[in-house]
Design a protein around this ligand. Structure first.
Ligand code: 5CA
Ligand code: ZN
Length: 392
């Protein structure tokens, strides 16, 4: 179900365990777990093609996986596909395409783009539509424990009850004040204005069946479809030992998505969802966040179809620190093409240890590129293993 794995050469010796900035503790934390590193990265909602913002996000976690592998660790990696959700259903209805066909075609394009960029695939690439029974069972458990309640045809998470009875409290991951939470909830798929909720921030766990919308039987919870955050909590628990080492995604997911994903996991299993919550910056284009809803997209597939070397796309993205918000421009691509050409002409040298050291400090890819530029030599094996750029 995922895509083919690029070849990652082994280097002599091992690099250090990477340290990353953790959003929840607001500090640098060594990304390690007793049972070995594990990673869940929030996957696409497949209603439009992969843009460079997605590519930058998945490339950041690809870099993390390369560092773990180089540190001699086996990595367990899961990614979801939100293949049923409001924006997907709305786009399908607006364009007269079956929602399943729309999702399948966009997931196919995503796989092709990830493959062309040599991005390491997840071990489990899991669609929400494959997980509806497990999600319904989790919602049933939350209802039984008093951490959820029914409101008309829908089931909501009870933030106050879960905050009192589990190791999570509201704000634990995002550390935001309530007004900001309310604003972000309204902006990012929540429904703070829905009448009758115990707390306007309470997110939907299970949306009861509506005419014209897809639904699943749901057992005792009744027919309907999954809410957003419960999907990632349940899929992570099915395939990873929790707490996982790193929960990842773009920083647009800090609130409400990762706040409530962590809340659901804590309420379901009584311990934390992840050791670290790591967030990538957002790539903008023409002055605004590159997003499917705004339509200001630069697609990986457009660039490769125009003959741009995928290695240059990788270098363009790696030239920005993963936590930075930045803007894609023609100059970013021109610089990357020049760097690729320059590196291909440079004589060989030994760079594995300094590159390992630089990258282990919060994935400092711009630092690594600058180091190679200054050294004036290239270590082809180290660059291929750690940066995923094969200089041939
Ligand atoms: N399906 C959910 C996550 S469960 C979702 O957010 N899908 S998405 O298609 O909107 O985004 C997929 C991933 O790309 C998320 O991790 C998101 O944070 C990230 N992302 C979206 N837009 C950008 C952008 N402009 N720059 C960087 N990353 C982005
Ligand atoms: Zn998610």
């Amino acid at each position: 179900m995922s895509w083919s794995r690029p070849e990652v050469p082994h280097l002599i010796g091992h690099g250090p365990t990477p340290r990353l900035w953790d959003t929840a503790s607001q500090s640098f934390v060594e990304a390690a777990s007793p049972s070995g590193p594990s990673l869940y990265v929030c996957g696409i909602t497949p209603y439009d093609a992969t843009h460079l913002g997605h590519a930058a996000t998945y490339l950041a976690y690809d870099t993390l996986i390369r560092l773990w592998l180089d540190a001699g660790q086996d990595v367990a990696y899961v990614q979801n596909v939100t293949d049923v959700d409001d924006p997907l259903l709305e786009r399908a209805a607006a364009t007269g395409v079956d929602w399943r066909a729309l999702a399948a075609s966009q997931v196919d394009l995503f796989r092709t783009d990830m493959e062309s960029l040599s991005i390491i695939p997840p071990d489990n690439y899991v669609a929400v539509t494959e997980s509806t029974d497990a999600i319904a069972a989790a919602v049933e458990q939350l209802l039984a424990n008093g951490d959820a309640y029914r409101l008309g045809p829908d089931i909501y998470f009870d933030s106050a009850a879960a905050g009192a009875s589990s190791p999570w409290h509201l704000g634990e991951i995002s550390r935001l004040d309530r007004d900001t939470m309310l604003a972000l909830s309204a902006e990012r798929g929540g429904d703070p204005g829905t009448f009758g909720k115990r707390d306007p921030l309470d997110p939907v766990l299970w949306r009861g069946e509506r005419p014209g919308e897809p639904s699943w039987p749901g057992g005792t919870v009744g027919p309907g479809r999954p809410g957003w955050h419960i999907e990632c909590s349940v899929i992570a628990r099915e395939f990873l030992h929790l707490p996982m080492t790193v929960q990842g995604g773009g920083h647009d997911l800090v609130f409400p998505h990762h706040e409530y994903t962590a809340a659901h996991t804590a309420a379901l299993i009584g311990h934390p969802h992840a050791e670290l919550y790591v967030h990538t910056g957002l790539v903008a284009y023409e002055g605004q966040k590159m997003s499917k809803s705004l339509g200001n997209l630069v697609l990986v597939s457009q660039l490769t179809a125009a003959g741009v070397d995928p290695r240059a796309i990788r270098l363009a993205l790696l030239a920005h620190h993963y936590r930075e918000d930045w803007e894609w421009t023609d100059a970013v691509l021109t610089d990357a093409l020049e760097r690729l050409a320059r590196w291909r002409e440079m004589p060989p040298g030994e760079l594995a240890d300094p590159l390992r050291e630089i990258l282990s400090h919060d994935l400092d890819t711009p630092g690594a590129l600058a180091y190679i530029d200054t050294a004036g030599v290239v270590d082809r094996t180290a660059i291929s293993a750690l940066l995923g750029v094969d200089l041939g």
